[in-house]
Design a protein. Structure first.
Lengths: 331, 244
């Protein structure tokens, strides 16, 4: 049985936020008597992640996804509840724990700006106690996987965003961590760079059986990498389960475009009691619930002379987009 | 890369306050009141310049900027205290400054040929150690202030408060021996005279209490280090990963 590598129970996090009224009066008031309010951004959440899983965290801006990742990697201290990552309490930041994890934040860099990435790689290798030979071997392996070569010797400031992101990944993975926390890793990258990064992460996960926790607003990142998603809504978990189940739940109907050989058939089909979306001469689009697809198709194919037929899945972006609308709590 | 070389040269030149002070002291014959000859005073201020070059610290500004820009977050999840990074940066920059400091000293000797002297190897060794200890004290003081970034966004403002006593009591503007006796006894209880005055006096060959100076430097390091550890531990609990 695969063991849980991340175990979160009744986790909450609050931040003290100060408020300031506009204008001079507000400024003076703020200076003399600052008003603060405790804002609970994570509310009593529990979940567990198994070794080797890739889990996507979904939610609107400000839902609390990044805060969860920051607590999981020990960057910020939880207000309540418990977190165990690889058997460690993350916020204690024990050396063995830190050697086991990495955090990659899109647009935030750890590479030294004025030096070529190779210098940062060797610096990181020293920090993680790797000898020069082992560091060289890992840099070679990862640069091959990431398809970067000449870029290693060019100052970071001269690299494109995609090249920089790949170098960031290499720097973050040089110690071969078991657990990867990725916060918007493809932010700002072009389509090809996004695809390459996704392929790399998939390969890395397969080769090392590493666990990946990922947040992204690019749905393709989620759909191509994550079998499981955790939806965060206003600091609480609104869904935790398989992505395809979520998609089915959120989109219980499919659209079937039927092209009949005659207009008469199309007319009869329209009056058969299906939920018709639209109709033109001999083409008709109907909406059918997932569970009735087989029986509906049987009826149509047995009773009508059909020229062609298409079953359309609703776009995944559209479906997942529903999660990001805060009003939609009924996942 | 030209701009980096110019920046380093400007940094080195910006530390020439001791030479201005030397000018003020000698032009007004102020040194007569403290029984230090022109020659020893000029050597003192040259040594003060050198000590300053190799003990100046700016960690509070670096940490504050990194903290506000969210750059500290990746450092915090590495098995290395981020302050060691800043420490290494400071050491690297000190090495880079060394040739520029030598060039400035060369010009100083051209204009003040009577000041030329070669300290003996033992004194040179001891003053190198005391300069490094002075750097450690300043680094620890600033690191403690920098940790206040976990509570306030403007820790550098607090550092500016410390800059005033550092400027006046460290020996950068005047040797501490020039202060009245009752003030001096208090000054020697603070860490400030061990930042510039003690190493500069040691290097320039002025009369100084070597054992007392080193003891105070080590004592201050031993006092400041646990304070830094404690404030770091408490501060990281308050960290909110701002800007990231």
């Amino acid at each position: 049985m695969v063991k849980n590598i991340i175990d979160v129970r009744n986790l909450s996090k609050s931040f003290d936020i100060s408020y300031k009224e506009p204008g001079l009066k507000g400024t003076i008031k703020h200076f003399l008597k600052r008003q603060t309010k405790s804002l609970e951004v994570i509310k009593n959440i529990s979940f567990a992640i198994k070794e080797g899983e890739i889990v996507g965290f979904l939610g609107a801006n400000g839902a609390g996804k990044t805060t969860i990742l920051k607590m999981l990697c020990g960057l910020i201290y939880p207000s309540e509840g418990s977190i165990l990552v690889s058997g460690y309490l993350p916020f204690r930041r024990k050396e063995n724990f830190l050697k086991n994890i990495t955090l990659i934040m899109g647009q935030k860099q750890q590479l030294i700006w004025d030096l070529p990435p190779i210098e940062s790689f060797y610096l990181n290798a020293s920090i993680y106690d790797l000898d020069k030979f082992e560091a060289k071997r890992r840099i070679k392996k990862l640069s091959d996987m990431l398809e970067i070569d000449d870029e290693l010797f060019i100052p970071v400031r001269k690299l494109s965003l995609g090249q920089r992101m790949k170098s960031e990944l290499l720097a973050a993975l040089i110690h071969e961590p078991n657990i990867l926390f990725l916060d918007e890793p493809t932010l700002g990258l072009d389509i090809n760079a996004q695809r390459n990064l996704r392929q790399f992460l998939k390969k890395y996960n397969e080769e090392t059986n590493s666990t990946i926790c990922l947040t992204s607003h690019y749905m393709k990142d989620i759909t191509s990498l994550c079998k499981r998603v955790i939806c965060i809504d206003n600091g609480s978990i609104s869904y935790d389960g398989k992505l395809d189940l979520l998609l089915k739940k959120l989109s219980p109907v499919k659209e079937i475009l039927i092209i009949c050989r005659s207009e008469e058939d199309a007319f009869q089909l329209e009056n058969l009691g299906f939920n018709v979306k639209n109709k033109t001469k001999n083409e008709i689009t109907i909406k059918v619930e997932n569970k009735s697809i087989t029986s509906s198709l049987k009826t149509i194919l047995n009773n009508f002379d059909i020229e062609d037929l298409y079953i359309n899945e609703p776009p995944i972006d559209e479906i997942i987009g529903k999660i990001l609308i805060k009003k939609d709590h009924d996942i | 890369m030209l701009e980096y070389r110019v920046e380093i040269a400007l940094w080195a030149i910006s530390g020439i306050i001791p030479f201005f002070m030397l000018n003020i002291w000698t032009n007004n014959n102020l040194n007569e009141s403290i029984n230090i000859s022109d020659l020893m005073l000029s050597r003192y201020f040259l040594c003060a310049f050198f000590v300053r070059q190799f003990s100046v610290v700016w960690v509070v500004f670096s940490f504050e900027e990194d903290s506000l820009m969210g750059k500290v977050s990746p450092y915090l999840i590495q098995p290395l205290n981020p302050f060691l990074r800043y420490f290494a940066q400071h050491l690297a920059e000190q090495i880079t400054r060394f040739p520029f400091a030598l060039i400035i000293a060369f010009f100083f000797f051209i204009f003040n040929p009577e000041s030329i002297w070669i300290p003996n190897i033992g004194i040179l060794f001891l003053s190198t150690i005391s300069t490094f200890l002075s750097f450690l004290i300043q680094f620890l003081i600033q690191s403690i202030v920098a940790c206040l970034c976990f509570w306030t966004e403007k820790a550098s403002s607090i550092e500016r408060l410390l800059f005033i006593p550092t400027l006046f009591l460290s020996g950068l503007l005047a040797p501490v021996v020039s202060f009245p006796e009752y003030v001096k006894s208090w000054i020697y209880l603070t860490p400030f005279p061990y930042l510039i005055d003690f190493p500069a006096n040691l290097l320039s060959g002025n009369k100084t209490n070597i054992i007392g100076g080193f003891s105070m430097q080590i004592l201050w390091i031993l006092l400041l280090f646990p304070v830094f550890k404690k404030i770091w531990y408490e501060g990281t609990k308050k960290y909110t990963a701002m800007g990231s």
